[in-house]
Design a protein around this ligand. Structure first.
Ligand code: CA
Length: 731
């Protein structure tokens, strides 16, 4: 069968010759491999409708501008590549179109690569109308990219990318010495859909180059795309080369920024950023020389510091290539920054980043503050190297040369954007002809969107309520449901596996006791989230060496889980209460009220990640109003590494009472708020700042026979950066 088809294909080639194009419909992998061996200009290899499993496709050939070689689907979206599938291409004038990747992941470092190996790449080629949907390696720490662009004059357009959850940018332009550096790639009319926080560096949506070759120009254009909930890390688009344009894109409620990280002479213009007031929604961050930021419209950006609506960074004098080249000759003109939390000049200023921006012009911009924003226009360094002219800060604030403070009436225009009503201010801020890119003009028409945030909605959805009495079969928990436990005691002899959102509630509160008879009570697997309300957990009968009430999966997972314990009482645990494992990430861990007593290990053991990559266990950890008695460690929360790529972890401890207990220990946490707690005869709080610009606030705590809070800097050269006040003896 296989052989005869190969012979037929060869015969067809001989008969047709290169002059007349063939369209070869293939139904099996062997048919495909045969048809794709030596394609001629104008040839099309067409994948029949259906699932193509483990399709490792190499498309090699030289098409012509008017007769490209095409790999496509019988019907758009109906040929679906699953399992260990990928496409590699090399040659000229190649087109890949209308294919879908889902339910699998690449066996290599890219799903679609514009090269077949280190010596052969594609030029003048195009990937269009392709969908890549959650095509993720199940180990979130394993790095791959969805599209790796090598070569020059390549285009990726009208594609749909959604739900990347393992490490690696969705799309990269690769620049290596042995290959073209003048890429002239065009990335246009794509839909970049939800990407959840990764919990490490490597969660970019697009990266253009790396620091090594950043002194040369890539001339890549990123235009007319939509970015929605691209929350992977602090960089949505990471520009690490020169001469690129990012224009006419729409950024919707995405955490992070367009970052001109390395390379000179880049242009960011005519983009619309809508933050919806969400935390960490950022705008444009400037580093290096001759960057132009013009006619952008930003509204409702919640980001501050590095992720401000506009962040002009301080640089490192004589900076190594991978650090921060000083800003010089930047032009920032006629942008609207409306209802934003912050604009930061001299962002990141410290003893290393000591060089303020130079020869920079900030002209004709309109700025207004978000409702609760104080200090909207923030100077973290000397602005003597910046010329301000014709800017307006609407509302209140401190005027200075070139920045007037005025009351400005605003009205929403037909394009959906806000403009001053006063005709005298017509030349201020973004132009009235700016048109936000529309969803219907990007991506493909035939593919719906399975928003990654749907997972979070499921966790909130009220499930089917199942009532169980003592003696009932609690071990076989239904999926996505609520279990109400009646008064009594429940012996748990084997871990309960949680692989879907689950709520367990004691009715009435405090009446149901789960007795741990194994080493683990709840084991969270991929897709699982857990809420416990009002239950008591008794660990006196636990057996085994490593005891934890709740433990995350032994294998790495992709889904960001949630854990909420409300009014839960836990006693006599010979290990930890919550123990996280490497390669898992909590969106949120929340403890409200409740009591944790006689715990030998840690109540929150969140320090399992090692290594320097900066992986951490939870975006947000919140403890409110809980009591801790005779607990070995209250919290051990750690983020390693020294990159500045993540918003988390964030930590909050309020209204708690901690007696005769070990420490609250934080390392590498980006935001910490420890307020209004009582510590008695305990080890207190130790905070270690390792990276970034951490915000630590330890205020209004009462201490008895407990040391004062300690804050230590491991790399920042200066006094510890923390607000410490009103932490005193007394109760
Ligand atoms: Ca990054």
């Amino acid at each position: 069968m296989h052989l005869s088809i190969m012979l037929l294909a060869t015969a067809a080639l001989v008969q047709a010759g290169a002059a007349s194009a063939r369209r070869t419909l293939v139904h099996t992998l062997p048919e495909l491999m045969a048809a794709i061996v030596t394609p001629a200009p104008g040839d099309a290899i067409v994948l029949a409708d259906g699932e193509w499993r483990d399709a490792d496709i190499v498309l090699r050939g030289d098409g012509e501008a008017t007769a490209p070689i095409t790999l496509t689907a019988e019907h758009p979206g109906k040929a679906i590549l699953v399992g260990a599938s990928r496409i590699r291409m090399a040659g000229r004038y190649l087109i890949v179109s209308d294919l879908v990747f889902r339910d699998g992941h690449t066996p290599g470092d890219a799903v679609i690569a514009f090269r077949t190996d280190t010596k052969h790449w594609a030029d003048h080629s195009r990937v269009t109308g392709v969908v890549i949907d959650r095509f993720n390696n199940p180990d979130r720490r394993a790095e791959d990219h969805w599209v790796s662009i090598y070569g020059s004059h390549n285009r990726i357009d009208h594609a749909h990318f959604e739900g990347k959850a393992n490490a690696g940018a969705m799309m990269i332009v690769v620049r290596q010495k042995s290959m073209p550096l003048d890429n002239r790639a065009r990335i246009d009319h794509n839909y970049f859909g939800p990407r959840p926080p990764l919990g490490s560096n490597g969660g970019e949506t697009i990266r253009i180059g790396t620091s090594e070759e950043s002194a040369s120009d890539s001339h890549t254009v990123v235009e007319d795309n939509v970015f929605e909930h691209c929350d992977g890390e602090v960089e949505i688009v990471s520009v690490k080369s020169g001469g690129n344009s990012v224009r006419r894109n729409l950024f919707l409620q995405s955490q992070g920024s367009v970052v001109l990280r390395h390379g000179n002479g880049n242009v960011v213009k005519d983009n619309v950023f809508l933050g919806g007031g969400q935390p960490h929604t950022g705008g444009i961050r400037i580093i290096n020389e001759r960057q132009v930021v013009r006619n952008n419209y930003l509204e409702g950006m919640g980001g501050v510091d590095f992720t401000s609506a506009l962040a002009v960074m301080n640089g490192v004098p004589r900076s190594p290539v991978n650090r921060y080249m000083p800003v010089r000759r930047a032009l920032i003109e006629r942008n609207s920054f409306l209802a934003v939390a912050q604009i930061t000049i001299g962002a990141g200023a410290d003893r290393e980043r000591s060089q303020p921006p130079l020869d920079t012009r900030i002209v004709g911009n309109l700025m207004t503050a978000a409702k609760d924003a104080t200090d909207v226009l923030r100077f973290d360094a000397d602005a003597g190297g910046i010329t301000f002219a014709g800017n307006v800060l609407a509302g209140s604030g401190a005027a200075r040369d070139g920045i007037a403070v005025l009351k400005v009436g605003m009205r929403r225009a037909a394009n959906g954007l806000l403009y001053p009503t006063d005709p005298a201010l017509a030349a201020l801020g973004a132009s009235r002809t700016l048109t936000p890119t529309r969803r219907e003009d990007v991506g493909v028409r035939w593919y719906g969107t399975r928003s990654a945030t749907a997972d979070a909605r499921i966790a909130d959805a009220p499930g089917k309520v199942v009532r169980i009495k003592p003696g009932g079969a609690i071990a076989s928990l239904p999926r996505a449901t609520v279990v109400e436990l009646a008064r009594g005691t429940y012996d748990i002899a084997a871990p309960l596996i949680v692989a879907a959102p689950l709520t367990i509630r004691s009715v009435p509160a405090g009446a149901a006791t789960l007795r741990l008879r194994a080493s683990t009570l709840f084991q969270l697997e991929d897709g699982g989230s857990l809420t416990l309300e009002g239950v008591r957990i008794d660990g006196r009968g636990a057996v085994g060496d490593e005891i934890a009430v709740i433990r995350t999966s032994a294998r790495p997972t992709l889904g960001n889980y949630r854990l909420r314990l409300a009014g839960v009482s836990v006693n006599d645990i010979a290990g930890d209460v919550i123990a996280t494992t490497p390669g898992t990430l909590a969106g949120a861990i929340t403890l409200t009220d409740g009591r944790y007593a006689d715990v030998k290990g840690a109540v929150l053991a969140l320090a399992a990640e090692h290594g320097r990559q900066g992986w951490y266990p939870a975006e947000q950890v919140t403890i409110a109003g809980a009591e801790f008695d005779r607990v070995g460690t209250v919290v051990d929360l750690r983020r390693g590494g020294t990159d500045e790529s993540t918003f988390g972890p964030r930590f909050s401890l309020t209204g708690a009472t901690i007696r005769s207990s070990g420490p609250v220990r934080l390392s590498g946490v980006q935001e910490a708020s420890i307020t209004g707690n009582r510590f008695v005869d305990s080890a207190g709080v130790t905070v270690e700042h390792t990276v970034g610009n951490p915000h630590t606030r330890i205020v209004g705590n009462r201490l008895r026979a407990t040391p004062a809070p300690q804050v230590r800097e491991t790399s920042y050269m200066g006094a510890p950066r923390a607000i410490l006040s009103d932490n005193r003896e007394g109760l």
